[in-house]
Design a protein around this ligand. Structure first.
Ligand SMILES: [Zn+2]
Length: 445
């Protein structure tokens, strides 16, 4: 079969390989879905397929691996702005959960997912780790769109539109694992919502299935001090201690938030190989607490970045998440060296890939890996002049500078335009949901 070649000529290539090499005036060559080679720009005309390749000339751009958003609830984008300026449990109990039980159906999931997918691709995210209802629909639509997604096999104790009890959630989870086997862009993770919303029995089963199937477990853990103190009151244990007894502390666990951690717990998760998804903007907005990133990194814990859902962030912008993480870590640790620009980029790319078990395929620009790449145009005034493209991206660039995105070699964003999604149609649907969820005539005048 005829191969498809693309040659991306860029001013800088930020590889995020183990040496964190930055190449100047280089070409990334894509063969079908994978990275074929990296060559100095001056040498590309020697390639025997040079004349049949599509060439992207990116003279003011940095190419880097696409962002891996390690924690989100994509379809919740339709609830963006519905309950702002509230603490977590008030927000969940009085706004989000009632809205979910009233509005979430298959159409909501599809429309919300498309809104999130468009925003993410537009801002440089090429892989997301999702946790929400109807993972079957999300997986199917992700494959059609061409976005890489880890679908979350949600588990809760209480009935929702997706399942009626813990057994039903698990039964459906295993069916989804079977369904997505043939989708190259879609993988799955068990997604028990949180220690306070899932009881021991289903968690024991999840630990067993995760080990048998070698699938990640994606869970909100120690999100607030209130969660930890309530657990101590109700179970006599801190949530992490309970999860440890249930055999969940291992390298398959991706623990989201982790704002409340004592020294013993940090040592224990380091020893167990648990990954941490840090969602600084959601934590700040809900005043949930602050994840001690610098202390975790000192212990060698793999920390990656997530936006959380748009209902608590309120955007899905990994560039802004990266900057917030870097600044917050410096402020919290009192050390300006903490979470430097290189570490921030690793957290937003390769570390997320590691946490999701995908680092052999994505997260860095290395020959043989999937071509999940983005280009940022650094010619904008706010990123001039460029002394160092890495610090410029973390501390000065914004997501409107993401000009191109490729996922598995397929161009999804070209010259700032989405290739496979209709922005107007998505906007129109989002507005229709807004009018349905909160009709204008119900608003106070
Ligand atoms: Zn979340």
């Amino acid at each position: 079969m005829k191969k498809n070649y693309q040659i991306l000529l860029a001013k800088w290539v930020i590889t995020v390989n183990p040496e964190f090499e930055i190449l100047s005036d280089y070409a990334v060559i894509i063969e079908d879905s994978r990275i074929h080679s990296l060559l100095p720009a001056a040498e590309i005309s020697e390639l025997d397929f040079y004349h049949q390749a599509e060439i992207f000339d990116l003279p003011d751009h940095a190419i880097m691996p696409g962002f891996v958003n390690s924690h989100t609830h994509a379809s919740m984008s339709l609830f963006r702005g519905l309950g702002d300026d509230l603490p977590l449990m008030d927000w969940l109990n009085h706004h989000i959960w009632p809205a979910e039980s009233r509005w979430v159906n298959t159409e909501f999931i599809r429309d919300g997912f498309e809104l999130a997918a468009a925003e993410m691709i537009r801002s440089g995210t090429t892989c997301m780790n999702d946790m929400y209802f109807y993972p079957d629909i999300v997986g199917h639509r992700a494959q059609e769109i061409g976005l890489r997604v880890v679908v979350g096999l949600i588990v809760l104790d209480f009935p929702t539109v997706w399942a009626k009890d813990a057994d039903d959630y698990l039964h459906k989870a295993l069916a989804v694992v079977d369904e997505i086997k043939s989708s190259p862009l879609v993988t799955a993770a068990f997604a028990p919502h949180a220690p306070y919303s899932v009881s021991d029995q289903p968690l024991e089963k999840i630990a067993m299935y995760s080990s048998e199937l070698d699938l990640p477990v994606h869970m909100h853990i120690h999100e607030t001090a209130f969660e930890v103190s309530e657990a101590e009151k109700n179970t006599g244990m801190r949530p992490l201690q309970r999860l440890d007894q249930l055999n969940l502390l291992n390298p398959n666990l991706l623990a989201v938030h982790m704002t409340e951690l004592n020294e013993f717990e940090i040592e224990r998760i380091a020893e167990a190989g648990v990954h941490v998804s840090h969602c600084p903007e959601s934590n700040l907005k809900l005043a949930s607490g602050l994840c001690p990133v610098a202390r975790l990194q000192v212990q060698g814990i793999n920390v990656c970045l997530g936006t959380d859902g748009a209902a608590s962030n309120n955007d899905l912008d990994m560039l802004s998440e990266m900057r917030t993480a870097a600044l917050l870590s410096k402020g919290l640790s009192g050390d300006a060296r903490s979470c430097n620009a290189q570490q921030a980029i690793q957290m937003a790319t390769i570390n997320g890939a590691k946490a999701l078990g995908l680092s052999d395929e994505i997260g860095s620009i290395e020959v043989g890996k999937q071509a999940d790449l983005i280009a940022l145009d650094l010619n904008a005034l706010n990123t001039q002049p460029v002394y160092d493209p890495v610090t410029q991206i973390v501390y000065a660039a914004n997501s409107r500078q993401v000009s191109h995105a490729w996922i598995a070699g397929s161009c999804q964003l070209a010259d700032f335009q989405l290739c496979n999604l209709d922005e107007d149609k998505i906007r129109h649907k989002a507005q229709a949901w807004r009018n349905k969820i909160k009709p204008f005539d119900q608003e106070p005048s």
